[in-house]
Design a protein around this ligand. Structure first.
Ligand SMILES: Nc1ncnc2c1ncn2[C@@H]1O[C@H](COP(=O)(O)OP(=O)(O)O)[C@@H](O)[C@H]1O
Ligand SMILES: [Mg+2]
Length: 318
């Protein structure tokens, strides 16, 4: 049994301009101790997927279909109180842009203490000690708990965010673009830290990034998301070695390639479509150099092309 299984999840936003089908029928699973990567350009529905799992979709958003099965139970069938026992304690999240969310007028340690006290019934002194231990675990000198956020570098702030996400010993940590604002060297340090903690604490990780080189450094399995749907899903080795979907290939080519460092990155022309009126057929067809009439008319579904490598493209696998 997987730790988390998402089946046919659909999350829509009912806006005045129309229904935004941000997540439109996606399925994936994360096994215990594994790292799963969700990749795709901005606006493809990655954060909405994460927030759906956390039970944090707010008006005008609504989960309209699907299952989110965690440890064998569908979270979408749980009451608010039951969800509160799972959220943060079993599944925690590092939000996109979170490291800029520290309050500048409070010491970093106090902010971690507040997060701990929100979930745990312990004294402020005990929580402070715990905050120091957590900082130490993420490679920050515990004495720095007394510092204010502006005295922390970007990398340290992101480490502190990781510490906060780990404060209740979760089984699954969802990290939404955790390294996007950092330079490459610090990015690597933060990813190395996450990898180390994953092993030490036997964590499962869901890593969200628009940058496939980040996913490649960290993940065991990968789903590529485009316009609210998963277009390719495979174990990381086969996905990076033999990407099949033209979108996956384009995405891999648009970042410096660790397998082929001499190659110059090339971005995919155009941008993801509006999710109110996405293109018919394959949603990627307006940007796809290989599109045929069938691609413009018929929606492709994920097909197993062998070894659980799934691709949704008319040009592949028959
Ligand atoms: N609160 C919201 N209200 C309306 N539309 C939203 C809201 N949040 C996200 N969306 C839309 O949902 C789509 C997916 O967004 P998001 O999940 O943030 O994508 P990603 O994380 O891949 O960049 C986008 O079209 C975005 O504009
Ligand atoms: Mg996002």
């Amino acid at each position: 049994m997987s730790l988390l299984e998402v089946n046919n999840l659909k999350t829509y936003f009912y806006t005045l301009r129309g229904v935004v089908r941000a997540v439109d029928g996606i399925s994936f699973h994360i096994d215990e101790g594994m790292a799963f990567g969700l990749a795709g350009e901005s606006g493809c529905g990655k954060s909405t997927t994460a927030l759906s799992i956390m039970g944090l979709i707010k008006d005008p958003g609504k989960i309209v279909d699907g299952e989110i099965v965690f440890e064998g139970e569908d979270l979408l069938k749980k009451t608010k109180e039951e969800l509160n026992q799972i959220r943060w304690k079993k599944i925690s999240m590092i939000f996109q842009g979170a490291m800029n969310a520290f309050n500048p007028v409070h010491r970093v340690g106090d902010q971690i203490v507040e997060a701990i006290l929100y979930h745990e019934n312990i004294s402020r002194e005990e929580a402070w000690e715990k905050a120091e231990k957590l900082l130490e675990m993420v490679g920050i000198d515990p004495s720095r708990a007394k510092n204010y956020p502006h005295e922390f570098s970007g990398g340290m702030k992101q480490r502190a965010m990781i510490a906060m996400a780990l404060s209740c010993n979760p089984k699954l940590v969802i990290a939404d673009e955790p390294t996007t604002a950092l330079d490459v060297i610090v990015q690597k340090q933060v990813l190395d830290l996450m990898k180390e903690l994953q092993k030490k604490l036997k964590l499962s990780i869901m890593l969200i990034s628009h940058d496939l080189s980040v996913i490649a450094q960290m993940c065991d399995s990968v789903a590529i998301m485009y316009a609210g749907k998963i277009v390719e899903y495979a174990d990381a080795i086969s996905l990076f070695k033999e990407p099949q979907h033209p979108y996956s290939k384009g995405l891999i080519n648009s970042f410096p390639n660790i397998l082929n460092p001499g190659k110059k990155p090339e971005s995919i022309p155009g941008q993801p479509p509006s999710l109110i009126n996405p293109p018919p057929g394959c949603r990627f067809h307006p940007r796809c150099p290989f599109a045929t009439d069938k691609c413009r008319e018929v929606e492709p579904h994920l097909v197993n092309i062998g070894n659980k490598h799934f691709v949704a493209c008319h040009l592949i696998g028959g």
